[in-house]
Design a protein around this ligand. Structure first.
Ligand code: NOJ
Length: 750
């Protein structure tokens, strides 16, 4: 104790001396002789009381940020008492260093805290929202975005990000569709892996990496009617085929933690689901990181109606395999009592604590608890020029050109005048999207500024708002129409406000809100070239404006460098290459309308009444999954195969020739889809199984080859075994999911 105090005292003046001399006096910190992490965990756990163990299973929010319905005034007291092992919503190097100091110096065992935060699409330099990043279909770009986020956040005292969100969603009403990679499993798996790689790098111990968290486990994206936190009722087949694979992909990439979801599944809330946590994640998949709940989701099991009170809720969660309780204080308040009553075993607690400590050791926190809190590194990293450049690059790669009649785009920088209209044209805050972490609106470059910076000195750029995003009136139409009627081109920035998607932001109507539709109609009446710049966090239903606009660019929420990135695309400094990661319906009544639906026994035929369709809408999406235009054109040959029959140990190569027949260099995303014609269970009409991005100069052509094996043809058969079945498959290669060019192959029994 005396030694402890002495070092603490010296540490005030000589922090390095303090770390080096004080920490090693504990057996588990001893660097020599070299011990494995598991041995070091054993040596800590030997010293821990039950209360200290439960502390490691407890995560509280600080008061820096509000990301849920409850707060906790006394989290600093809890740290001091060793009753909390992890803190979230606290950041910056200096602030977290001080909290860490209390944990390390003032608690009996000095176990360092782990600091988590929602670093979803950037920390200070904000990248496009995750759905937008996924629209790039560019895995390197997405990995880079996560890498930059990790470099910045880890310099600001953070160790752990609550990302990637890997929930597949097929319902644009659900606001959180903006946080994921869209509707498709194959793309979702690839994005999950890229993001985990980006956040975690090769080494969790490196001071510029974060431990990632695959969330929300599981099937949260299947909330009924797209209403957030709502019931999920899907089959085990759908769970395993559609919702689980991106979690497994994240795990295969080495993700360190998982977060449970708010929803129930098969009648049991995810935070109490033994099936999901203990059976699938821990046993079937052998996950050895830790599992945290979502915000107060243990407590919410009382409202779900599967337990009578919070104590029972804690028992259900702990016995299902939850390792850490986020913010609910249920483990904190009741778990010790439950252990005493033998409702939860000591082994269960030890297992959870071991998992939490393992991640802390892997992060190197026991070697140096302050290694992620470096004020000078933080200063250099945040908004570093190369980070801003990366944000601009990823932003323009994420944009999807939805329409471009008569080659309205790209625009000349020498135009005499441009009228910029719309409530989102000057907005900086909306560019951040939901989850802006430490990003500030004032650091964002608005569309109007981006345009002004891009044009020549001869171009006059005029601005009028026209109307608000929601509510308001049409009194701003007249000034907007006046400047628009004087301009060569109208650019209208419309869409949703940043808080209309994300958590707790479901919409029952996915039209352009407020008076924006009327504004566009009025602008289109002027007969000038009308370019719509869309900013939104979900697919919108845009049938009318699609008719009225000459060109439409989907820019999502493009982040800190949104304005310049949009200008890059509008003026042709970057040829748009984004592709939709999610289907855009014509109206909300068509939902779900993802591309990989089943054929049914009466596939849609507009000329046959008794087929599967709606009477009151064209029975196709407005824009299919995978769709996006370029300023150039690409022509595809019919796909060919090197063999039309093949055995289960063989590879079949499918090839297509792609030619740039337009005037610009451009990047094309060549997509391969399969259809299994006859299965022991019905199969989707198409399934994405590969994509490649190629850049072609005008006139250039290139052949693109995909190699398929039975691994690409497997599915859960009638007995729920993951296997392939011999038979015929159509293989489609083209620019989007509505492609019809196919070649047929036959998989033989052997
Ligand atoms: C609730 C959200 O569902 C989750 O995604 C987030 O990570 C936590 N709050 C923490 O802010």
């Amino acid at each position: 104790m005396v030694k402890h105090r002495l070092y603490a005292f010296l540490g005030l003046f000589f922090p390095v001396l303090f770390i080096q001399q004080w920490l090693p006096m504990r057996e588990y910190n001893s660097p020599a002789p070299p011990k494995t992490i598991e041995e070091r965990i054993d040596s800590v756990m030997k010293l821990m009381t039950l209360e200290e163990k439960i502390g490691q299973m407890t995560l509280f929010t600080s008061d820096w940020d509000v990301t849920g319905p409850t707060m906790r005034a006394n989290y600093k007291e809890d740290i001091k008492k060793g009753k909390v092992g992890a803190i979230f919503n606290a950041h910056t190097a200096a602030y977290n260093r001080e909290l860490q100091r209390v944990a390390v110096e003032e608690t009996r065992l000095g176990i360092p805290l782990i600091f988590g935060y929602d670093v979803i699409h950037g920390y200070k330099t904000i990248f496009p929202i995750s759905l937008g990043e996924a629209a790039s279909w560019d895995l390197e770009a997405v990995e880079k975005a996560a890498r930059v986020a990790a470099i910045e956040a880890s310099a600001a005292g953070l160790h752990w990000t609550f990302a990637p969100m890997v929930d597949i969603s097929r319902d644009p009403r659900w606001g959180r569709i903006s946080e994921g990679a869209g509707e498709d499993v194959f793309l979702g798996n690839a994005m999950a892996r890229a993001r985990v790689r980006g956040f975690q790098g090769d080494d969790l111990k490196a001071t510029n990496t974060l431990v990632a968290c695959a969330k929300h486990y599981a099937a949260y994206g299947a909330a009924q009617a797209g209403r957030d936190y709502h019931t999920v009722d899907i089959s085990e087949r759908t769970l395993r085929e559609t919702y689980l694979p991106p979690f497994k992909a994240a795990l295969d990439e080495g993700v360190g933690t998982f977060m449970t979801s708010f929803n129930e599944l098969f009648g049991v809330p995810a935070s109490g689901s033994e099936l999901l946590i203990d059976q699938i994640l821990k046993t079937e998949w052998n996950f050895n990181g830790f599992i945290v709940t979502d915000y107060t989701s243990i407590n919410e099991m009382v409202d779900h109606g599967v337990v009578a009170d919070e104590k029972e809720a804690g028992e259900l969660a702990a016995n299902a395999g939850v390792d850490m309780d986020m913010q609910g204080a249920v483990f904190y308040n009741y778990l010790a009592q439950s252990v005493k009553e033998k409702k939860v075993s000591k082994q269960q607690i030890d297992e959870a604590v071991r998992r939490v400590l393992r991640i802390k050791f892997q992060l190197g926190l026991f070697d140096d608890p302050y290694r992620y809190s470096d004020v000078s590194r933080q200063e250099a990293a945040l908004l570093a020029p190369e980070h801003l450049e990366a944000a601009r690059d990823v932003a323009r790669k994420s944009m999807v050109l939805l329409k471009n009649d008569r080659q309205t785009l790209p625009l000349s920088k020498e135009l005499k005048s441009i009228a910029v209209i719309g409530p989102l044209a000057t907005s900086q805050a909306d560019l951040l999207g939901s989850w802006h972490a430490a990003g500030f609106a004032e650091d964002c470059v608005s569309l109007l500024s981006g345009l002004k910076d891009a044009v020549s000195s001869n171009t006059s750029v005029m601005y009028a708002k026209g109307c608000d995003v929601i509510g308001g009136d049409q009194s701003g139409f007249a000034p907007a129409l006046t400047i628009a009627s004087q301009a060569d081109v109208i650019i209208a920035a419309v869409g949703e406000g940043w808080d209309m998607s994300g958590e707790a932001a479901s919409r029952s109507n996915i039209d352009l809100p407020g008076h924006q539709k009327a504004l566009i109609k009025a602008l289109s009446g002027l007969g000038k070239p009308l370019v719509l710049v869309l900013m939104n966090g979900r697919p919108l239903a845009l049938p009318e404006v699609h008719q009225q606009a000459d060109a439409m660019l989907e820019t999502w929420y493009a982040g800190t460098m949104g304005g310049p990135a949009i200008a890059d695309v509008l003026f042709g400094d970057y040829n748009p290459s984004g592709r939709l990661p999610v289907t855009f319906p014509r109206n909300v009544g068509q939902v779900p309308i993802h591309y990989n639906m089943k054929n049914t026994g009466r596939p849609m035929d507009p000329n046959d009444k008794y087929t599967s369709k709606y009477l009151d809408v064209e029975n196709t999406p407005l824009y299919p999954f995978g769709y996006g235009l370029s300023y150039t054109q690409f022509e595809y040959s019919d796909p060919t195969v090197n063999k039309s029959t093949f055995g289960p140990t063989e590879t079949v190569s499918v090839e297509v020739n792609v030619k740039n027949t337009g005037q610009y260099e451009g990047k094309e995303t060549v997509q391969l889809y399969i259809r299994d014609l006859v299965g022991s269970v019905t199969r989707p009409v198409k399934e994405l199984k590969g994509f490649q991005q190629i850049v072609l100069t005008p006139g250039q052509s290139r052949s693109v080859r995909f190699d398929l094996t039975v691994e690409d043809l497997k599915f859960y058969n009638r007995d729920m075994e993951w296997t392939y079945e011999p038979g015929e498959f159509d293989i489609f290669i083209g620019p989007h999911s509505a492609v019809t060019n196919a070649v047929r192959v036959k998989l033989l029994k052997k």
